[in-house]
Design a protein around this ligand. Structure first.
Ligand SMILES: [Zn+2]
Length: 90
């Protein structure tokens, strides 16, 4: 029997993919943004393909602003981007 894997939409390219192919970015209840490798962190989340190009596209399209309903400071974006790229190299 096929296992049903929930799909989420990438903020960058807009494609729907299985959660395992995406990285979750979460805003914790304290307002701190982080990458959620386990997919179990509390807070509001958004998904992006494991592809730095999609991260950049999400920034350009203001996908983060739309998902989290607030603007994200540039230094937070660059920190997340760094963490994102580290993840991609694992
Ligand atoms: Zn994507």
């Amino acid at each position: 029997m096929a296992k049903v894997i929930p799909c989420r939409q990438c903020l960058g390219c807009g494609e729907k993919k299985e959660k395992t192919e995406l990285i979750r970015i979460v805003r914790g209840t304290d307002g701190y943004y982080s990458l959620d490798e386990t997919g179990r962190m509390n807070g509001r989340g958004a998904y992006i393909c494991k592809n730095p190009a999609c991260f950049d596209a999400a920034v350009k399209r203001k996908g983060f602003e739309r998902s989290f309903k607030e603007s994200i400071p540039a230094d937070v974006i660059s920190r997340l981007k760094g963490e994102f790229e580290d993840l991609g190299q694992k």
